[in-house]
Design a protein around this ligand. Structure first.
Ligand SMILES: Cc1cc2nc3c(=O)[nH]c(=O)nc-3n(C[C@H](O)[C@H](O)[C@H](O)COP(=O)(O)OP(=O)(O)OC[C@H]3O[C@@H](n4cnc5c(N)ncnc54)[C@H](O)[C@@H]3O)c2cc1C
Length: 434
């Protein structure tokens, strides 16, 4: 088995934002102004109990987009347009330091704004947008040179450009430090060749945060260098992958003798592991967006099928409710850590596991209730739609570190169990059998 370091170290990561601000408005006045501004620009959401009314509107429960290229591009564009509007009005980067284009306000203002925003109809979220601002933007904020911050931060925050994450390779996923895309120094440039995979949103991005191998003589964690890669450079080929759930949200990215100027390097030469851990820290700390079926959707399904008196079904529904409640307690705990300016701890692994388990339970209960309707499309609203949730939710068990990796982290860092045997930690990368 490979190395599990992808998700288990946080050395040197500063997750906090600078709370210094020249003028901090009164929170309630801020909330009132934000609500008025939102009402000017958006339609209010119809009042509801939080459940989607049975038989009304789309019944999609897809975890990943199942859209054509044009549909997905338009969805993303709607996200970008909304972010630009917010940014220009001063609501788009509330907690970011003023020097990087934010307002330098504490997290309470962000939460207040989000609560107000949630009462209105906004474009459906798209993960490339969160990767761009939340992962790449934050990494550059913490580790970028002044020139990189100057070039990228404001355009990323204002969503004028998008940046994806170019980490995983066919031979380096959980064992990310085993990556083999080569970068060789040539004057002021680096010449890069190799292949990335699983690159979410690369087909819509202008830039990517790229990890490369620069020193094969060093042990694997110590010979990696990170860059910002302009995806329009000669030698870069982005190929979307068709997924079994229907959509095409990931890409393969092939790099052939791509010349990256050294000024696009993030961090030290051979110091890219720290950059990787910083980005991954933001990835796990962010919690991500959950799309697809929830326990509420299963309740509605059970009611529609008229099986809520069945004792076994009742037990399953109770289990789902408990799972939902425990999950929200974990989310609150993570929010408290964030509020206190602490980096996400190993409990992020617990939350992630609880989340993927809950999704599995939701899927299994829906499958049990639906029987053959899950596999054969009878045309009934809210039935066959579950099949895309069943297929897509598996992706969440892998993304951001697989379930097994989360177990390893909890074993080693929470329970203090002996480390997994890692024979290749001190061996030169070129000598590791592959
Ligand atoms: C929805 C989604 C979005 C993604 N987006 C991106 C992206 O934008 N950019 C990017 O770079 N990558 C992205 N990824 C890739 C993701 O980070 C990797 O898929 C993940 O790290 C697992 O790597 P792998 O697929 O190579 O599987 P492997 O690492 O080969 O794992 C295969 C199996 O072996 C198990 N395993 C591996 N090592 C151990 C161990 N030490 N102990 C126990 N079990 C182990 C795993 O749990 C898994 O079940 C995305 C993945 C998904 C699913």
């Amino acid at each position: 088995m490979g190395d599990v370091d992808r998700h288990d170290r946080r050395d040197g990561i500063d997750m906090t934002t600078d709370d210094t601000v020249t003028e901090k408005p009164d929170l309630e006045a801020f909330r009132t102004d934000a609500a008025a501004w939102l009402a000017e620009h958006l339609e209010p959401k119809p009042r509801s109990s939080g459940k989607r009314p049975w038989g009304v509107g789309s019944d999609s429960l897809a975890v990943f987009h199942q859209l054509t290229f044009e549909e997905e591009r338009d969805l993303l564009q709607a996200n970008l347009d909304w972010q630009q509007k917010k940014y220009d009005a001063g609501y788009g980067a509330l907690t970011w330091p003023v020097e990087y284009g934010g307002r330098g306000l504490p997290g309470a203002y962000e939460r207040a704004f989000r609560r107000e925003e949630s009462r209105f109809v906004t474009p459906k979220a798209h993960e490339t947008h969160s990767v761009s601002m939340g992962l790449v933007g934050n990494t550059l904020r913490v580790l970028g040179t002044p020139d990189l911050r100057e070039q990228f931060l404001r355009p990323l925050l204002r969503s004028e450009i998008l940046a994806c994450q170019l980490f995983s390779e066919p031979g380096a996923g959980s064992d990310l430090a085993g990556l083999s895309t080569r970068a060789v120094r040539d004057g002021d440039d680096w010449v890069v060749s190799g292949q990335k995979i699983w690159s979410s949103g690369a087909q819509f991005s202008q830039w990517g945060e790229l990890l490369t191998r620069t020193n094969p003589d060093a042990p694997k964690h110590r010979g990696i260098t990170a860059f910002m890669l302009d995806l329009s450079l000669p030698g870069v080929e982005v190929r979307p992958i068709k997924q079994m759930s229907g959509g095409s949200t990931f890409c393969e990215v092939f790099l052939t003798d791509v010349r990256i100027p050294d000024r696009y390097r993030i961090g030290e030469v051979d110091g890219g592991w720290k950059v990787a851990l910083t980005t991954l820290g933001f990835e796990r700390g962010g919690g991500g967006e959950a799309r697809g079926g929830t326990y509420r959707d299963v309740f509605e399904l059970a009611k529609w099928l008229g099986v809520t008196k069945d004792p076994v079904v009742r037990q399953e529904l109770a289990e789902l409710y408990i799972g939902h409640h425990v999950l929200s307690l974990g989310a609150r705990r993570a929010a408290e850590r964030h509020k206190a300016g602490l980096p996400p701890g190993p409990e992020g692994s617990i939350s992630k596991l609880l989340f993927t388990r809950q999704q599995s339970r939701v899927a299994e209960t829906a499958a049990h209730l639906l029987g053959p309707r899950l596999a054969a499309n009878t045309g009934e609203w809210g039935t066959f739609a579950w099949s895309s949730f069943l297929l897509g939710r598996v992706g969440n068990r892998i993304a951001g570190g697989s379930d097994e990796i989360q177990h390893n982290i909890i074993g080693e860092r929470v329970l203090g169990l002996p480390d997994e045997p890692r024979g290749d930690r001190d061996v030169a990368f070129k000598d590791i059998p592959r």
